[in-house]
Write a protein that binds this ligand. Structure first.
Ligand code: ADP
Ligand code: MG
Length: 186
């Protein structure tokens, strides 16, 4: 699709029995897209393989199906695009482009460390979308370690402040679905 989802996986494809600590009702409520009402954000936090991208994508599919313009991008690619735009004196246009989506899914925040320039650009986009558009973030880093991602505590706080003001943080504590067949005793 034009939303650039990495794969098509819906809420119904998610095995909640595999993640018993996850609040199923809270996750399934995302289907109703109520978070758009107050331009809330959703943060999926957890170790690799626990289903962050899956659930972000499921929410995005639901949004797109209901006519909300939706776009999926990794944080790394987003920062590359913003940096390139800045170099080519078209940052404003690029920020407006990413601002335009009703739902922007920024995947894998914190997998790769970000320099101050990238952190600043991400901050600008998050500020622009604040209280006007909904954003979904996935991250393997708990929020109290976000200063390690941005290399700057002030920037990390400024970004988190805006993201969290109206938000739902869904922390997935549990095993990786990717490696389940290797570690689960049979
Ligand atoms: P990550 O948390 O690293 O983003 P993903 O969401 O991409 O991990 O999940 C890895 C793979 O495992 C995907 O193919 C995803 O659909 C699948 N998966 C993860 N958790 C579940 C689950 N509880 N039920 C069904 N499939 C799952
Ligand atoms: Mg992922």
């Amino acid at each position: 699709t034009t939303a650039h989802f990495p794969y098509i996986k819906r809420f119904d494809d998610f095995d909640f029995d595999f993640q018993p600590e996850l609040n199923k009702a809270e996750v399934m409520d995302l289907k109703y897209l109520r978070f758009f009402d107050d331009y809330s954000n959703i943060l999926f936090i957890g170790m690799p393989g626990v289903g962050k991208t899956h659930l972000a994508t499921s929410t995005g599919i639901e949004a797109a199906t209901n006519g909300r313009s939706t776009y999926f991008i990794t944080c790394h690619e987003l920062c590359l695009q913003l940096k390139r735009a800045q170099l080519e004196n078209r940052l404003e246009t690029r920020l407006k482009h990413f601002f335009s989506y009703s739902l922007l899914i920024i995947d894998e925040v914190g997998y790769l460390p970000m320099d101050i320039e990238a952190s600043n650009l991400l901050f600008q986009l998050i500020s622009k979308r604040y209280e006007k558009k909904s954003t979904i973030i996935t991250s393997n880093k708990p929020l109290n370690k976000w200063h390690e991602i941005f290399g700057d505590a002030v920037l990390a706080n400024a970004i988190l402040d805006r993201l969290l003001h109206h938000s739902k943080v869904i922390t997935i504590n549990g095993p990786s679905y990717r490696t389940k067949d290797y570690f689960i005793e049979k």
